[in-house]
Design a protein around this ligand. Sequence first.
Ligand SMILES: [Zn+2]
Length: 229
Amino acid sequence: MLVLFLVVLSFFASGTAGAAEPYGWKYVVVPGDTLWKIGVRFGVPLQAMINANPQLSNPNVLQVGMQIYVPYKPSAFVDGMFPLKKGTYEPYTDNYGDGRTWSPDGSGPVRTHDGVDIFAPKWTPVYSAWSGTVIRKGWNEYGGWRLTVKADDSTVFYYAHLAGYASGLSVGSTVRKGQLIGYVGDTGYGPVGTSGLFRPHLHFGIYKTPEWKAIDPYPYLRWWELLQT
Ligand SMILES: [Zn+2]
């Protein structure tokens, strides 16, 4: 009975830790500090300061000497939007760079995972993280139903494994930040229409053009997530 209790306890403890895992550097509070003042000093909105410090029982009251987290801020796209709404997805990790083996001909050479997977129930709405122009829409053997949006002259955002698209989108369409673009799904890893070979999730990627070199989207996602209200 005790063993069962401990197993259950550790399950909840690890679940909580996963959700609240801090993402930032430690700052020691000095006299006169408030979260707002610290945020202003480091260019971090108050909402992000509050969200980055869930351990604070009262964000309005800081004690001198206590440690808080100042979230890491990406160098670009700081006003972006997390592509899934708060509470609709599971805690995620930085799985960019992990090994992946599926390939169209089944030869399965190990390639690296060039995005971050965010697990969520099928048909969870997906929103554009940034305003831009749709440059690719349709089936890709790896990404299934995918949407590629040009965010600026050297950056594209990639949304893959979608169950379906928002209506009215086609190549050349302009999308606004926060606009519904599609739905989480489990499509891909085969010919057109293949689905169900893995758990539904959004694969989000960022590529630098014209080389289409993948960069790690995790720092952007973590920052955008902290901007959520
Ligand atoms: Zn992925």
